[in-house]
Design a protein around this ligand. Structure first.
Ligand code: DC
Length: 656
């Protein structure tokens, strides 16, 4: 996809399950590969950067086996890599190339490591200099100080402390710390500069400790790895959610009302980037901490406050604050962020350029950025992302300024968060919930509104009908709650344009049969069935937006939908419409039910849908009532569009 057009967004609220942390995933994979024994890693991030690490380890002779989704078994080598000759491609993954280079230099083999062109512009000289001090034989294939590299067998000697710079990237220190225990000798690293991004070193030390290797640290200046330690598998490990990725959603909550809750990180997190929540709090956002979640909401009243912060401790999440600055009440300064210049792109330059497209005034320094927001964001900015996942994820937030935003090359989020835009849609994509009784015409109206807006469409009734039909076909009794719920959970249904398929067979017409409707109404009263269909319905919420029709779209499935419509009509009017449909379908007069029987049938079904204990049919207090008794379809569509216009900040709404 060349670009993604985000619609103007007004609100963000809901819950997001975070993918596994990139920093933890790649460190755990490497430590597990070097350890004695088998390690099972659960919730491993599945992204470009972790795939790079997995592929490299495989090429180096490490046994890797995928269990179920996101769980991997790593058969550790119990020391250096068994394969002594390899060519390794590291993409643009700093968390892979830096530590692997250090380990390879101690592995007694002949290796070449390279990456994408940008990787060949990202520094590695300080690490290579450190390795050369202990006898490492590493050669620059291209430019001095940068990958690609060629690594040769060498005699490693730990006679004197390794002197290392820590002010370009903390990954050089991480790399040496993780590699040096392989020598079995006592190793000392002394930093010759200030160390940046210290919390990442804490992650490294924490994970090394879980694999049985202790490091003595004197301030942030001197690190000693006592000899005679070996990595040993701790058995099973769980990767926490990615705290850097959490920043986008927490910011969305702080900007777009909230609460937005991220699941997978919390109070106990070992990732420094959770401190982003403190930064947000200092601007006035309301933050809640749990064991396994963090939640953020907008300030009680007024705007987020302008800030001037040293962000050296959260270099990645700090980017998110550059966007948050657009939503504050004044000039914001992000300080001590020089490392941005050597990341996936020159992030200071990229950020400055793209923020200006949104109307902000930006000053850019060697190690700082100052952002003064315009009174309102400039609409229709086309944001370039520089093959930098964080640029794409950050700028998605700009749409919360109520302006349409185009994100170029949105696929670059695959580096760390392949499903980012789906997750963001879950909390922010506009939903138009249209509920109402049977035959109120809401299906037709909803479909027309979806088409007019270019939104996705969910006919939730079809899911209940498909479940009913599927159960009937499988001979499952309709009152066997567990069995019907199992059918609902594994529904092999596909929506292809206007066609509906069940296990590959077209059932578009079949699910509209009267007996299927009656069966659907029965199984829809079973709580387990409703629960089984819940996430499936939520997954329809994608950009640019969703029109969902049913009984409980506004009350249960999308309770924070910005637009809710309750579409109804008198039972007599609905019966008449249904009667006309039967004639149009060519049903002969002697087969047609009597009009009064249809009325009775509809009233019975309404009563059943309204009386059931779970998710009864109801008009929520925040829904607009549209009574179509005296309206034709065009008028009903116009009435719903009125509601949409009043409640959504969509610019360029089509005029119907
Ligand atoms: O909208 P419809 O007639 O296709 O719906 C079929 C049945 O499914 C209806 O009797 C009620 C039930 N249903 C529901 O309970 N909740 C929804 N969101 C949609 C439909």
């Amino acid at each position: 996809m060349s670009h993604l057009d985000l619609p103007p967004l007004s609100r963000a609220a809901g819950t997001v399950q975070l993918p596994g942390s990139k920093s933890i995933s790649n460190r755990m994979l490497l430590l597990a590969a070097l350890a004695e024994g088998v390690t099972e890693i659960r919730n491993l991030l599945d992204s470009d950067d972790t795939r790079v690490m997995l592929a490299a380890l495989q090429a180096l002779g490490i046994g890797l086996k995928a269990q179920e989704a996101s769980a991997w078994r790593v058969h550790g080598a119990g020391g250096v890599f068994p394969v002594k000759e390899a060519e390794l491609f590291m993409g643009n993954a700093g968390t892979a190339i830096r530590p692997l280079t250090a380990v390879l230099a101690l592995s007694g083999g002949h290796y070449r490591v390279s990456g994408v062109p940008r990787m060949h512009e990202r520094p590695i000289g300080d690490l290579v200099a450190g390795l050369r001090q202990i006898g490492g034989n590493v050669r620059y294939v291209g430019n001095e100080g940068f990958p690609p590299l060629e690594i040769f067998p060498a005699r490693i000697q730990l006679t004197a402390p390794i002197r290392l710079r820590g002010d370009v990237s903390s990954q050089f220190l991480t790399a040496l710390l993780m590699a040096l225990p392989l020598t079995g000798e006592t190793a000392i690293i002394e930093l010759t500069t200030e160390l940046i991004s210290k919390p990442y070193i804490e992650i490294t030390l924490n994970l090394m400790a879980r694999f049985g290797v202790a490091v003595e640290r004197e301030g942030w200046q001197r690190f000693t790895i006592p000899g005679g330690q070996r990595y040993k598998s701790p058995g099973m490990l769980h990767v926490e959610g990615d705290a850097s990725a959490a920043s986008y959603f927490l910011a969305a909550g702080a900007i777009g009302g909230g609460p937005v809750r991220v699941m997978g990180v919390g109070r106990q997190s070992i990732q420094g980037d959770v401190r982003f929540a403190d930064a947000l709090e200092s601007l006035g956002a309301r933050i809640q901490w749990g064991e396994d979640f963090i939640a953020a909401s907008a300030p009680e009243r007024g705007k987020l406050k302008a800030f001037d912060l040293d962000l050296n401790h959260i270099p990645d999440a700090a980017m998110t604050l550059a966007i948050v600055a657009l939503f504050t009440d004044g000039r914001c300064v992000l300080r001590n962020i020089a490392s941005w210049r050597v990341k996936e792109t020159d992030r200071i330059a990229a950020m400055a350029k793209e923020l200006r497209k949104l109307g902000a005034t930006v000053e850019e320094g060697e190690d700082f950025l100052a952002v003064s927001p315009a009174p309102s964001l400039a609409p229709h900015a086309a944001i370039d992302t520089y093959d930098d996942h964080r640029m794409a994820m950050c700028f998605a937030l700009a749409a919360l300024g109520g302006v349409p935003v185009r994100i170029n090359d949105p696929g670059c989020v695959a580096k760390t968060f392949p499903h980012f835009f789906d997750a963001f849609a879950q909390i922010a994509a506009p939903v138009i919930a249209i509920d109402g009784p049977s035959a109120s015409g809401k299906g037709t109206v909803a479909q027309r509104v979806a088409k007019a807006l270019g939104f996705h469409f969910l006919d939730s009734g079809a899911l209940y009908r498909l479940t009913a039909l599927s159960a009937m076909k499988a001979g499952v009794a309709l009152d066997d709650e567990a069995a019907v719920a199992a059918v609902a959970a594994n529904l092999p249904a596909e929506f292809v344009g206007d066609r509906i398929l069940l296990a590959g067979e077209e059932v578009t017409e079949a699910i509209r049969a009267e007996e299927v409707g009656v069966a659907a109404s029965k199984i829809a009263a079973l709580p387990a069935v409703r629960a089984a269909l819940f996430e499936r319905q939520r997954a329809f919420r994608r950009f640019p937006g969703l029109v969902a029709d049913g009984r409980d779209m506004g009350s249960v499935v999308f309770p924070d939908a910005p637009v809710k419509v309750f579409l109804t009509a008198s039972a007599a009017a609905r019966a008449e419409r249904r009667y006309k449909q039967l004639i149009e379908k060519g049903m002969p007069a002697n087969m047609r039910p009597l009009l009064q029987d249809i009325v009775k049938d509809l009233e019975e079904r309404d009563a059943r849908d309204a009386a059931r204990a779970v998710a009864p049919l109801q008009q929520t207090p925040d829904a607009d009532l549209v009574d179509t008794t005296t309206l034709n379809i065009d008028e009903a569509v116009a009435a719903v569009m009125d509601s949409v216009r009043r409640r959504l900040p969509l610019s360029n709404l089509p005029v119907l």
